[in-house]
Design a protein around this ligand. Structure first.
Ligand code: ADP
Ligand code: MG
Length: 255
């Protein structure tokens, strides 16, 4: 069976996922092994490479996000479990010693990126890369863009996606402004990080980096990113940036 989240063509054979081998696959396999060694159960198990050079990982059972299930991903229980899972992921990966000769793909980072507090960021921690079981998020996959980085860089993207911090015009937005603010605080409390303007600045920086990355990749012939631009995804991120900037104080100041 073939699965796709929009970027990768992934095949499920006898319960094992085969992903296209990439220059960073060895690093990701090593990271996944470290997370498993730490007792972290929320990520796929690394299963090496097949004869065609595809990276193999275990399939995480559970509900994934699609048009039919998106409402299941909007509860407070889901939000809380996502924050706790991200925290456990960061704690489990904090002392990972990267394979020195293997690259990370990572994602381009913003210019003001603080260099302290490094963990291994997932870099795409969002409902569409998580699995739901019994009403809680207990697994995350798609580690392709993982790389060392500040924990709050990952929190920033996660709150953007889960609270979510996007205007009603965005098809994946839900909840009133007040509701989004409440959920933002809840996520930060559960993760145990300040809900402050600096975090929202990181969200803006993260989304700006994503827009640039999409355009760069499309300009270099990447068809998936060209398709995203064609579908107006860059515009959605631009609108979200304005929305966050307009509501920066409201989101982060108790009234
Ligand atoms: N380890 C996994 N466990 C369960 N489902 C997975 C796993 N990896 C991928 N999938 C499924 O395959 C789809 C595409 O995989 P993903 O790694 O997210 O690729 P993309 O880079 O295209 O987003 C996911 O949306 C999910 O439904
Ligand atoms: Mg994905």
């Amino acid at each position: 069976m073939e699965l796709s989240g929009g970027l990768n063509k992934i095949t499920l054979i006898d319960g094992i996922l085969h992903r296209p081998g990439q220059p960073w696959s060895a690093q990701i396999q090593s990271l996944l092994a470290h997370l498993a060694d730490q007792g972290f159960e929320g990520s796929p198990r690394p299963l090496g490479f097949d004869r065609g050079g595809h990276e193999m990982v275990s399939y995480l059972p559970g509900t994934t996000l699609d048009a039919q299930t998106h409402q299941h991903f909007q509860t407070d229980k889901v939000l809380i479990s996502a924050a706790l899972l991200l925290r456990r992921l960061h704690d489990a990966g904090a002392d990972y010693e990267a394979l020195p000769k293997s690259p990370w793909q990572g994602l381009p980072t913003g210019s003001n990126h603080r260099r302290d507090e490094h963990v291994i960021c997932h870099n795409d921690f969002a409902p569409y890369n998580c699995v739901l079981n019994n009403g809680i998020i207990d697994g995350v996959f798609d580690f392709d863009t993982a790389s060392p980085g500040p924990a709050r860089w990952d929190v920033a993207y996660a709150v953007f996606r889960f609270c979510p911090l996007s205007p009603p015009s965005n098809p994946s937005s839900f909840g009133s402004l007040e509701e989004q603010r409440r959920r933002l605080r809840l996520f930060c409390d559960e993760y145990d990080t300040p809900c402050d303007e600096e975090l929202l600045d990181l969200v803006v920086e993260r989304l700006s980096a994503l827009i640039s990355h999409m355009h760069d990749q499309a300009a270099h012939g990447d068809e998936a990113f060209a398709g995203h631009i064609e579908a107006g995804h860059d515009k959605y991120y631009e609108d979200a940036i304005s929305y966050i900037q307009i509501n920066r104080r409201y989101f982060t100041h108790p009234d």
